[in-house]
Write a protein that binds this ligand. Structure first.
Ligand code: HEC
Ligand code: HEC
Ligand code: HEC
Ligand code: HEC
Ligand code: HEC
Ligand code: HEC
Ligand code: HEC
Ligand code: HEC
Length: 243
């Protein structure tokens, strides 16, 4: 047998031996007893101390705050999201006090502007939005109504507003294309604005025979993307055309 084949066989044997050794040393005892996991992990997890009380617990003693919160925009944000795990406090309320997040850095964890948040989620730029004053001076954390109804569409549609502001459509107010009832700003999910439905809508400015100012670029509606809606090719909030 050639020498290099013998060396190869030796290396294989060593690797196989190392694998078998590793299996018997490294795999925990109860692995595989109940499936492809360590069965003893179940008791380890059950034995861990419970840190969260659950919001039903809080309701028992803090009924007023709980009712306020469930009627507010924060109905989906439970107590311990903000106050931290509070099982100790629920068991001995006078001995252990949960912290209250009063500093300005806290609320922007959810409300700071971030383009990946869903459109309509209320967002502010913490640097520009009433700087240095604690959020709580104007918004009750348990019933966060804005003290005045936001006027700008961008208060809730930040990403769209920012995108539009650097686009060819920068000068068009949102309401040119979305007839919006004032109630949308108060109950946005119940009262929805309208939106363009037909390509003729864009034609009011961009068709060759449109009565709009001559500086607006025109396209021939019979031949330009005639089988599609305009916004299947042009994002209406950022119709960039740098080709
Ligand atoms: C058994 C009744 C009871 C339960 C259950 C309970 N609390 Fe309390 N909590 C109290 C009492 C009483 C105080 C007032 C203590 C004081 O002012 O000395 C208090 C105070 C607080 C405070 C204010 C602390 C401060 O520094 O003033 C917060 C925040 C709080 N509770 C949050 C919670 C949360 C969150 C839950 C649910 C996980 C909860 N509590 C469950 C009785 C309870
Ligand atoms: C969005 C975050 C947030 C949520 C959710 C929240 N809290 Fe608070 N809570 C705060 C902040 C911030 C303060 C401090 C307010 C202040 O100092 O004016 C506070 C203060 C308190 C206080 C002490 C002051 C007071 O108003 O009596 C209690 C008690 C309390 N919260 C209980 C609760 C309970 C119970 C829930 C759930 C029903 C809850 N909180 C949900 C943020 C929150
Ligand atoms: C865990 C995430 C979270 C945290 C932390 C949080 N919020 Fe909210 N907030 C929400 C959600 C969810 C809504 C409801 C959004 C909706 O209706 O689409 C909301 C709504 C609001 C609104 C809008 C109410 C309206 O009329 O539209 C305000 C104002 C607000 N929160 C202020 C605060 C303040 C102040 C704090 C800090 C004390 C805070 N939030 C902390 C998740 C959070
Ligand atoms: C001086 C008072 C004041 C302070 C401080 C303040 N806000 Fe506001 N906030 C307002 C007013 C007024 C509005 C509504 C008008 C607007 O959009 O600017 C508003 C609107 C909002 C909205 C949008 C509400 C909605 O329905 O979409 C959010 C979210 C918000 N604030 C969060 C915060 C957070 C987080 C902080 C702290 C970092 C904070 N605010 C501090 C006065 C305040
Ligand atoms: C208080 C916050 C808020 C303000 C202010 C606001 N919106 Fe909205 N908007 C929302 C929310 C929340 C949704 C629902 C988002 C969802 O369901 O995904 C929405 C949805 C929409 C939609 C989609 C409707 C649909 O059928 O899906 C349009 C268009 C819209 N808003 C336009 C506007 C315009 C234009 C303005 C300003 C005149 C405005 N919004 C102001 C919160 C707001
Ligand atoms: C040139 C017309 C035009 C302008 C100006 C405009 N939109 Fe739109 N918007 C549209 C069209 C077209 C759609 C897509 C309709 C569809 O897909 O059915 C749309 C969709 C939307 C949607 C739902 C879908 C999405 O992209 O999230 C929201 C929310 C919205 N617009 C908000 C706004 C806001 C806020 C402004 C102002 C900052 C604005 N729009 C300005 C034409 C416009
Ligand atoms: C109220 C008039 C108006 C309406 C309605 C309108 N636009 Fe525009 N559009 C403009 C103006 C103004 C410009 C900017 C022209 C410039 O930059 O000089 C523009 C620019 C554009 C451009 C960029 C052209 C270039 O310069 O390369 C495109 C693409 C576009 N619009 C598509 C659309 C689409 C799609 C719709 C329908 C959802 C629409 N527009 C609705 C007024 C309008
Ligand atoms: C199939 C995709 C498609 C559709 C649908 C479409 N476009 Fe375009 N559009 C383009 C392309 C690609 C260009 C750039 C090349 C060109 O000028 O033909 C363009 C260019 C434009 C321009 C700039 C013309 C110039 O001279 O600067 C405008 C304005 C425009 N489109 C508006 C519209 C309108 C309004 C609609 C709906 C009636 C629409 N488009 C539908 C793909 C499309």
């Amino acid at each position: 047998m050639p020498q290099q084949a013998i060396r190869l066989i030796v290396i294989f044997a060593l690797v196989a031996a190392a694998f078998v050794a590793a299996r018997s040393f490294l795999i925990p005892d109860t692995f595989g007893d109940e499936g492809p996991y360590r069965a003893a992990a179940l008791t380890t997890i059950v034995d861990r101390e419970i840190k969260y009380a659950g919001h039903q617990k809080c309701t028992g003693c803090h009924r007023g705050i709980a009712e306020q919160r469930s009627a507010s925009h924060h109905h989906g944000v439970v107590c311990e999201v903000c106050h931290g795990p509070a099982a100790d406090h629920a068991a001995a309320p006078l001995d252990v006090k949960p912290p209250a997040p009063r500093e300005r850095g806290f609320c922007p964890l959810c409300h700071g502007y971030d383009p990946s948040r869903p459109t309509g989620f209320p967002q502010v730029n913490p640097v520009a939005h009433n700087p240095l004053i604690p959020c709580m001076s104007c918004h009750d954390p348990h019933a966060p109504e804005p003290p005045t109804i936001p006027e700008e569409c961008g208060a809730c549609h930040g990403q769209i507003a920012r995108q539009k502001s650097v686009s060819h459509h920068a000068t068009l107010p949102c309401t040119t294309c979305h007839a919006t009832a004032e109630e949308h700003k108060v109950t946005p999910r119940l009262i929805r604005p309208d939106r363009p439905r037909e390509r003729t809508f864009c034609g009011t400015c961009h068709a060759e025979d449109a009565a709009s100012p001559g500086s607006i670029p025109r396209v021939d509606f019979r031949t330009h993307g005639e089988d599609y809606l305009c916004w299947q090719c042009h994002y209406p909030h950022y119709p960039e055309m740098e080709l």
